[in-house]
Design a protein around this ligand. Structure first.
Ligand SMILES: Cc1cc2nc3c(=O)[nH]c(=O)nc-3n(C[C@H](O)[C@H](O)[C@H](O)COP(=O)(O)OP(=O)(O)OC[C@H]3O[C@@H](n4cnc5c(N)ncnc54)[C@H](O)[C@@H]3O)c2cc1C
Length: 601
């Protein structure tokens, strides 16, 4: 078991110095907080994660969720985490005080997700999903729904879920078939099957509230016919008591990772007695659900960055202890073996892990900063932050997930044979992080969203705004002799990205949409590398200012030097990968679109 999983110094550096959370405190919405209270919150979250989550990392994996006779048994720590999160107000962290929330900036609330996911990604999903589901009721539910469900969910007594996926409708939600039939009593009768539903059921929790997508009988085809319902496992009867609501757990899934985080298959209304309560207007369900999906995508990004961070700390700790071989310029066999952290190949893998984990978290904070600025601004400014957030959401979901998987794989490699074995946490991190690029929209679907929709959003304004944001950072870095070179490199990378985007735009103009979108994923990968390079330049500017002031010493000084070093590493080892991606995208070879002869044999 490693001893650490996140760096509080890094979190505070990113939050205060790079992304300036204090800017938000001038607005009435966040005026109750200041830098010190935010730091206290972060320290508390870390203490809670140390006590409630991290010690159970291995147990949650080994004590795999069990299903017997329709009942789901999970690790007892899950109920304790739900209770602790509910009683201390964390489930309502980003929501208004009037509804029982803490009105915490999203930039801070997301750190709860990050720290908890790093500590134990088998436990953090339960409160996180409840938070998202409660958010939908707050935003779109009527008085009765708020009255019946909110307090129970925010206090962790009732679990919340998102019930979207069906066996025939995963990426393609417009194909859901769960049906909702209106009744004279006002509720709807729900019937259908939902699959892969996280936290969908477990023993010990009082109730589970499924925020469910379904189609009202006779609704228009496709996404325009989807409505959102609250479908509780147990409904509140006329006597105020809970009674079964026709939601049966048909089974659970046995998974590669996240074995303590239950994934269920739900049968709704097999007994023709499953009540659903409409949220908001009929047929607006998918639009409402996007609130939760977008928030969850940022959460998934934070979870990917969190696991990548935990893996980095575990690998580094191992590499500092494990001795093997000697340094290549010092082959004296009478000397003791050297720690593997001294070998360049190991250092390369560790720097890659650090670059991904810390770059990924920086992008997560950038996005949540836009979310907060959107919440406090009006008019054009509001639109600007909305567009920037929309554009970056597919990236923040995807980069920490995909690059996180690679970084954890490097981390496992650092441990050699031990990395493959259960005695160390790397193999579990490797399994646990793998889901991040699948749920909440696969990498492929996120990439299609980026290229097919977001880059063109508002006639390309979102993309232009993003270029403007990077331009500001590059201009600041160009004034610093230590960073000029990297500002110049980012400038040419941005030009390359713009060139590739124009190239793809020309294909789109021909009307061949399949060809246009065929390389959406390599495009997204290229875009992500540029966005993360931007985040590293931002970190470099901040670190460089501190170093120039020459006030830091010892470990503090090393922290900032390490930031600059990792920036350089990213620009030398990772960023140039855009060249290969751009070459593939612009090759004109058209090798993946299905033609008459399918050569996949
Ligand atoms: C552990 C786990 C937990 C989950 N939790 C939840 C949950 O809580 N609630 C919930 O509703 N769902 C949940 N899901 C479902 C998850 O969101 C879906 O698995 C995911 O969206 C992909 O859908 P699918 O599995 O049906 O794959 P498919 O949609 O069949 O996709 C298979 C592959 O085809 C690609 N593909 C699909 N369509 C296209 C296209 N048009 N163009 C190009 N490529 C395409 C995909 O990118 C993917 O690589 C969970 C899944 C898992 C495994």
């Amino acid at each position: 078991m490693a001893s650490e999983y996140v760096s509080l110094q890094n979190i505070k550096f990113l939050l205060h110095d790079v992304h300036r959370v204090e800017d938000l405190m001038q607005y009435p919405l966040y005026a109750d907080y200041d830098g010190d209270s935010i730091d206290m919150i972060i320290d508390t979250l870390k203490e809670l994660a140390d006590e409630y989550l991290f010690p159970y990392l291995e147990e949650c994996d080994r004590f795999e969720v069990q299903y017997e006779n329709g009942k789901v048994k999970v690790h007892p720590q899950i109920l304790k985490v739900m209770q602790m999160m509910g009683e201390n107000g964390w489930i309502g962290a980003p929501y208004p005080v009037e509804v029982g929330g803490m009105q915490l900036p999203h930039m801070v609330a997301i750190l709860n997700e990050y720290i908890f996911a790093a500590a134990n990604n088998n436990l953090n999903g339960y409160p996180s999903l409840t938070m998202g589901a409660a958010g939908l009721i707050i935003s779109f539910g009527n008085e009765e729904l708020i009255e019946t469900y909110l307090e129970k969910m925010l206090t962790g007594k009732w679990q919340g879920t998102m019930a979207l996926t069906e066996p025939q409708a995963g990426s393609s939600l417009s194909d859901i078939t769960t049906i909702a039939v209106p009744t004279y009593a006002g509720h709807y009768q729900i019937k259908g099957t939902k699959t892969f539903i996280s936290a969908g059921d477990y023993e010990g929790i009082e109730n589970v509230v499924h925020l469910t997508l379904a189609k009202i009988e006779g609704a228009p085809a496709g996404a325009k016919g989807i409505s959102l319902f609250v479908v509780p496992k147990s409904r509140v009867g006329a006597d105020g008591k809970l009674q079964p609501n026709g939601v049966a757990t048909a089974g659970i899934f046995h998974k590669l990772g996240q074995r303590g985080y239950v994934t269920t298959q739900l049968a709704l209304g097999d007994d023709d007695n499953c009540h659903g309560y409409l949220v908001g207007e009929p047929h607006h369900g998918l639009a409402y659900m996007f609130q939760m999906m977008n928030a969850s995508r940022i959460s998934v990004g934070s979870h990917g960055a969190g696991i990548a961070s935990a893996a980095y700390h575990a690998s580094l700790e191992f590499a500092r202890e494990r001795t093997q071989g000697r340094r290549w310029n010092d082959r004296d066999l009478t000397l003791p073996q050297t720690e593997i952290v001294n070998h360049p190949d190991i250092r390369r893998m560790l720097f890659m892990q650090k670059a991904i984990a810390e770059g990924g978290l920086s992008l997560v904070l950038q996005c949540t900063r836009y979310e907060d600025l959107h919440a406090v601004s009006d008019g054009e400014e509001k639109e600007k932050y909305y567009l920037l957030l929309e554009l970056l959401t597919p990236l923040v979901k995807t980069f920490p997930a995909d690059a996180g998987i690679q970084s954890v794989s490097h981390g496992l490699q650092v441990l050699g044979g031990s990395g493959f074995c259960e005695d160390y946490p790397l193999e579990q991190y490797y399994r646990d992080i793998r889901i991040m690029s699948i749920y909440e929209g696969t990498t492929g679907m996120q990439s299609l969203d980026l290229l097919g929709r977001k880059v063109q959003l508002n006639k390309g304004l979102a993309f232009k705004l993003f270029l403007g944001e990077m331009q500001q950072t590059m201009a600041e870095a160009a004034d610093m002799p230590e960073l000029q070179k990297y500002a110049g490199q980012l400038k040419s990378e941005v030009e390359k990205l713009v060139g590739v985007t124009k190239h793809l735009g020309k294909i789109a103009a021909t009307g061949d949409i399949e060809l246009f979108l065929a390389d959406a994923t390599p495009y997204q990968q290229m875009f992500s590398l540029v966005a993360i390079a931007w985040q590293w330049l931002k970190q470099g500017i901040t670190a460089n200012k501190v170093l120039q002031a020459q006030e830091k010493q010892g470990d503090d000084l090393k922290f900032y030097q390490s930031k600059l070093h990792t920036l350089k590493f990213f620009y030398v080892y990772e960023l140039p990968k855009t060249e290969a991606l751009a070459a593939a995208i612009t090759s004109g070879e058209n090798l993946t679109v299905l033609k008459d002869d399918d050569l996949l044999i």
